[in-house]
Design a protein around this ligand. Sequence first.
Ligand code: PMP
Length: 382
Amino acid sequence: MSTFYFDNNATTRVLPTVLEAMLPWFSEQYGNASSSHHLGQHAKAALVAARAAVAAFVGASPAEIVFTSGATEANHMAILGALAADPTRQRIVTSVVEHSSTLCLLAHLAAQGVEVVQVPVQPGGELDMAALADAVTDDTALVTLMHANNETGVLFPVAAAAAIAHARGAAFHTDAAQTAGKIRIDVRQIGCDLLSFSGHKLHAPKGVGVLYVRKGFALEPLIYGHQERNRRGGTENQAGIVGLGVACRLAQEYLVHHAGRVDALRDRLQSGILARMPFARFNGSAARVPNTCSLSFPGLHGEELLHRLDQAGVIASQGSACTANGTEPSHVLLAMGLSRDEALSSVRFSLSRETTEAEVDIVVKTMAAVVEAMTAPTSVAA
Ligand code: PMP
């Protein structure tokens, strides 16, 4: 049975070119980049090249890139580092729809006395900018907001949010795990102090990520040690970082030459589903990243729908892979005003640049067949 993978917001396939570039660093090129012998120096040179590629990908300079184990660690480093910077600023402003890697840490900090303010969103998923402006005070350490939502793809106006934060002397961090590789990112245009992303969302492997730290922005480390200019200790994930460098270069080329392609496929998927299942509703009417489509199917159970799709070879998800267990409704959809049942009836399709039109058409057909089977009146035995 063929597999049609529409869960790219959870993770993406490592591209063959990325894997090929990584392989030598597991075997013949096994030096530690901190060693002075030639194997070490060779490894160090590869890290320098990867750092330059990652920096170019987000419009930063190489010295502003800190390699981490992923976006979760980068988010922790940003939030804890910003809090440690000034004991008179112990307030953090965020949104109600952030990823669990942010919300779980903030819940822990709130229990320890840090003031955490969560700004609401509107029914289309838009951030309430007036509420944001009210929430940021002179004792705010950090405003942390996702660049795009992992469940709906809705984009937050991070440049405007950064300006609001800075006007009160607060730092600004954005979690760009769901925009990296999907839209062009420019840290100077956003005006952020800190920006996180994870390799495995853009066809690099799991276990490698980035925190961009603006030059001159003093940030306390989360893990102490001499690597990464004393900002993140621990022997570098050499192969992962090399893979991330290649993935960033490929993503940058793709975004320059193929803008609009994934949007068109996503729109074809969405309109195809809505045409054949007019009772479905799509979630997130605000501007979105090109690849994401979240739909509710009122009256149906999303988890069962996904299970039947999976059996037919179509892989999608109910929302965040980090919280999805099918029993609790998505906090994102609830915050947008959906009822518990509506949220539990939702399915998220997330495409990649490898997705084809033929695959989209198969998914629409499969969805129609699965939904028809789930809504058909059950025959009653005579
Ligand atoms: N933030 C967002 C918005 C995400 O979607 C994810 C991954 N689901 C993360 C952070 C965490 O990334 P990782 O698990 O790779 O650390």
